[in-house]
Ligand binder design. Structure first.
Ligand SMILES: *Cc1c(COP(=O)(O)O)cnc(C)c1O
Length: 373
């Protein structure tokens, strides 16, 4: 009997990594220290270079890391934050929770925030923007050279949401290396996932790093001294130890495997009804997701067809963030058309691309895509 090809396969991950995970658990148990200790510190030191940064601050999740990144920048109340309408809702939720106002600009045809549009808006938009929150969607890196130019030319801090893109690079520069602060998630489905929730914020600025450390721990700068209103968003010693011993050492290998699968899909899928994204030369994706695009009216039928062939799929994302009901209740701005993002949200389908897929499964996905008409 043929087995279902899953979007994520945590049982296979367990089979591959159970030994280092169990020994990490054993070490933390023996240490007698469970929250914010040497395991978190060691993991932070190992993590920061992945984003080309000096420091990493482990947190409870990426939503909190993004909110605290914005808070640490000391923006004015009601500060405007330019961001993308096509991402996990958490990206925007962090902006709202930090007391800022999200301003949404359209994506390009590949789903990334359109940096030409961003430059143009900053130049001619006629209103003050306080920060730029970008997302390396699908694991594909934004053009970091242009992002750096935007940050320098307009003097606004960039925060890079790298939740989907650890290990991706542009012209050999890692994602996360441009922003004043970069954030990531260790939600289990991410390329570097924990066995539960986790996140981190990375920066080169020691003052920002100190603020981030304080914000994750009730805003205290030392025990019982509260300079800021923070939250409780600490990374556990257990998650840090598991990440450091088991998942981080496997990340390069897992990313290579994702890239192999993406290459096989790009070379193998040839169906005039399916559009793929073709990356530029400078880009090395982390291939977190493998998005393909079909006619809007045919998407549901295509997904049912794949499910009948025992292939799970997902949609990233079925609605634009500014179209969500929750945003009706809080200030936000949509200064132009979001036509590209809207088309993508109506036509996108994500194929399985986790690193534990077998060759035969990759071929099955390709054959199924090519057999659809
Ligand atoms: C998953 C994800 C988040 C949220 O991460 P959490 O750790 O679940 O808070 C934010 N941004 C992007 C782009 C994501 O993919």
């Amino acid at each position: 009997m043929q087995t279902m090809i899953l979007l994520n396969d945590f049982q296979r991950q367990w089979d591959a990594l159970r030994e280092p995970v169990l020994s990490a658990v054993e070490r933390v148990g023996c240490s007698g220290w469970l929250v914010l200790g040497t395991e978190v510190g060691n993991f932070e030191s190992a993590l920061a270079p992945w984003f080309g940064k000096a420091e990493a601050v482990g947190m409870g999740n990426c939503l909190d890391a993004t909110e605290h990144a914005l808070r640490s920048l000391d923006l004015r109340p009601g500060a405007k934050v330019l961001t993308t309408p096509l991402s996990a809702f958490a990206t925007t939720l962090a902006v709202v929770r930090a007391g800022c106002v999200p301003v949404f600009l359209d994506t390009d045809a590949s789903g990334q925030l359109d940096l030409d549009l961003v430059s143009d808006w900053l130049e001619h938009g006629g209103q003050r923007i306080d920060a730029l929150l970008t997302v390396h969607l699908f694991g594909h890196p934004l053009d970091l050279v242009r992002l750096e130019k935007i940050q320098a030319r307009f003097g606004i801090p960039v925060i890079e949401d790298c939740a989907q893109a650890i290990g991706a690079s542009w012209n050999s520069a890692p994602v996360g290396s441009v922003g004043r602060i970069s954030v990531t998630s260790f939600y289990p489905t991410k390329n570097l996932g924990a066995m539960g929730d986790g996140g981190a914020a990375m920066t080169d600025d020691p003052r920002l790093a100190a603020a981030l450390r304080s914000l994750r721990d009730y805003g205290q700068s030392e025990k019982y001294r509260h300079d800021m209103l923070g939250s409780n968003s600490r990374l556990d010693e257990l998650q840090a130890a598991i990440l450091n011993d088991a998942f981080l050492p496997a990340l390069t290998r897992c990313t290579e495997r994702r890239r192999e699968i993406a290459k096989a899909y790009r070379e193998g899928i040839a169906n005039p009804k399916i559009r793929l994204i073709h990356a530029s030369e400078e880009s090395a994706s982390a291939d977190h997701l493998f998005p393909i695009f079909v006619e809007a009216g045919k998407r549901a039928q295509f997904r049912e067809y794949l499910l009948r062939a025992d292939i799970q799929t997902a949609i990233h994302y079925p609605s634009l963030i500014p179209d969500q009901d929750a945003l009706k209740l809080c200030p936000h701005e949509v200064p132009g058309s979001l036509a590209n993002a809207r088309t993508l949200s109506e036509t996108e389908v994500s194929l399985p691309i986790h690193p534990y897929l077998e060759e035969e499964e990759v071929s099955r996905v390709i054959d199924a895509c090519n057999g659809w008409h």
